[in-house]
Design a protein around this ligand. Structure first.
Ligand code: TNX
Length: 539
């Protein structure tokens, strides 16, 4: 034996890429309850989807399911009337009296067929997504077999979100729709659309056309924003109201609510470039340009009546476009330099009997909140809206600066969405590999997302009841292409989907990684870009 050559060292293998055993249930996010059954359901071109003729909601879900199956397996199951023989079919049963949660579903798979039951169309939709995942776990074409099983499932949180910043780098309607498609397959239900910032105003407002004519363009960053001839190169983009309506309807068909964000009083440079009178007049020497660099800028809205008239008009057009109960008004990083320097603003603070500039922002937010309330909407803002002390109780707080905002807001009885910087920020690099797309550091890998705690340390049960969910935030200063956006999203967004959907008890990193293998096969089949760097970083 001593003469035998030592075996060659095995080549380094990415550990999760080739699991030896397939997971019994490849559903991601992990369902609340999974009971394995006997045998398997033969799923192929002959399989029909049975829906009741008088249930248009079930039909819509059936059509969505058939389209997704077609995209991976290359055949579309035919819809048929449920009143007939449902043997061997996928049955969709909508029953408003079913004693389960609003978004819950039951998926029963036996050898003779599969049945999805739910109380609402959303529940049925999520059941269909789960069945589609089982039917596409290998990412391959043609017929397949789905192991018999029973799934009882419902989400843990009601705000399961993703924020996309389209102000720093614009994304086309088609790209936004692709993101919505991907969210739907992860049972995410809230798309927070960051539409305005210092670097761009991206939503058409009919009453103020310069917002997009001027505010929708900036000098392209890099190479001093000049082309080879020395001419300045513009970077432009905005959505017409018609496009916005189209996106909102597209999202609604996937059970996704679109929450628009209009930033105030800071991150307002593009708006002030378009309408300089909105800025702090006695400080501004001249109108600013739309910003073409990143960071915290000092242009604030002037807290005078004409600004509130403008913002009310803008919000009224926004409210007409977005059925969302929640309207996001930003509120972050409003550096107060200009308010401090302005004699008229200082006089305003005095005449209102306020303590300082922070109190003025609070007063500002309160006024906007009151306006939104007259329109039947709820104000959401970044956690700075807690400062200055007069936030109306109905306001919802998006906590981004660590846990402190979430702790304070819930102590004061506000609902909270967790979106802490770095921990749930998708603009950080997920590896230090050579091919990692540009992003912020330090590396924020998949495992950190997966293990995110939905109850921050120090929060009691009463406070925790105010945590309505969480979201990943994709800021796009460093994401110029859609390919970069895709690689920043996946698979970290997949991990986050499990954090907000699945019961915290039973969270299991190894189990998640096994199911992720199937998820990545689906992405390959659907041509959805993702990063495989997670394997290199986390274990
Ligand atoms: C801070 S997070 C911001 C954004 C930037 C981000 C990354 C937050 C509410 N505001 O404006 O994009 O940092 O640079």
């Amino acid at each position: 034996a001593a003469t035998q050559a030592a075996p060659a060292a095995p080549a380094a293998q990415p550990r999760a890429a080739h699991p030896s055993a397939a997971h019994p249930s490849a559903i991601l996010p992990r369902p609340a309850k999974f009971v394995p059954g006997q045998g398997a359901f033969a799923f192929g071109p002959q399989t029909a989807v049975a829906v009741a003729v008088d249930q248009p909601g079930a039909r819509r879900v059936g059509e969505f399911f058939a389209q997704r199956v077609l995209a991976v397996r290359g055949f579309a199951p035919k819809l048929q009337d449920r009143a007939g023989d449902a043997k061997g079919a996928v049955e969709l049963a909508l029953d408003p009296k079913l004693p389960i949660g609003e978004e819950a579903y039951v998926l029963d798979i036996g050898q003779d067929g599969a049945k999805i039951s739910a109380r609402s169309e959303a529940g049925l939709f999520y059941g269909a997504v789960s069945l589609w995942q089982l039917a596409s776990a290998d990412g391959a074409q043609g017929a397949t077999a789905i192991a018999a099983q029973r799934i009882e499932d419902a989400p843990a949180y009601r705000w399961r979100g993703l924020m996309l910043d389209v102000a720093r780098h614009f994304r086309s309607v088609e790209e936004v729709k692709a993101v919505l498609d991907q969210m739907a397959l992860l049972k995410l239900n809230t798309f927070h659309w960051h539409l305005t910032d210092d670097q761009g105003w991206r939503i058409e407002i009919k009453k103020y056309p310069r917002l997009t004519e001027v505010g929708g363009c900036r000098v392209r960053a890099g190479a001093n924003g000049r082309d080879a001839q020395g001419k300045s190169v513009q970077y432009c983009g905005f959505y017409t109201q018609e496009q916005i309506r189209d996106v909102v309807a597209y999202a609604a068909a996937r059970h996704i609510n679109v929450v628009p964000e209009i930033e105030m009083p800071g991150h307002a440079q593009a708006a002030i470039a378009a309408y300089p009178a909105l800025g702090v007049g006695d400080v501004l020497k001249q109108a600013p340009a739309v910003s073409s660099d990143w960071g915290v800028h000092t242009y604030l809205f002037n807290p005078q009546d004409q600004t509130f008239a403008f913002l009310s008009d803008v919000l009224d057009e926004v409210v007409a476009l977005f059925p969302s109960k929640y309207i996001h008004i930003g509120g972050d990083e409003a550096a107060k330099d200009q308010w401090q320097l302005s004699p008229t603003v200082r006089a305003k603070i005095k005449s209102l009997g306020l303590k300082d500039e922070a109190a003025l922002q609070s007063w500002f937010v309160g006024r906007i909140g009151a306006h939104l309330q007259t329109r039947g909407r709820v104000l959401v803002g970044w956690d700075e809206i807690l400062e200055g002390g007069t936030l109306p109780a109905s306001a919802t707080v998006m906590s981004w600066r660590g846990d402190a905002g979430a702790l304070e807001a819930t102590r004061k009885g506000h609902d909270v969405i967790l979106a802490p910087d770095r921990k749930l920020y998708l603009d950080y690099a997920q590896s230090d590999r050579d091919d990692e797309p540009s992003g912020r550091f330090p590396v924020t890998g998949l495992r950190a997302f997966y293990e995110f705690p939905m109850t921050p340390p120090g929060m009691d049960a009463q406070q925790a009841a105010h945590v309505i969910g969480a979201q990943g935030n994709l800021w796009t200063e460093h994401k110029r292409s859609f390919e970069q956006v895709q690689r920043a999203l996946h698979p970290r967004l997949d991990a986050l989907a499990e954090v907000v959907w699945s019961p915290a008890q039973g969270r299991d990193w190894n189990d998640f990684q096994r199911r992720l293998v199937s998820q990545l096969e689906r992405y390959k089949a659907l041509k959805v870009g993702f990063s495989d760097a997670a394997y290199a970083v986390d274990f």
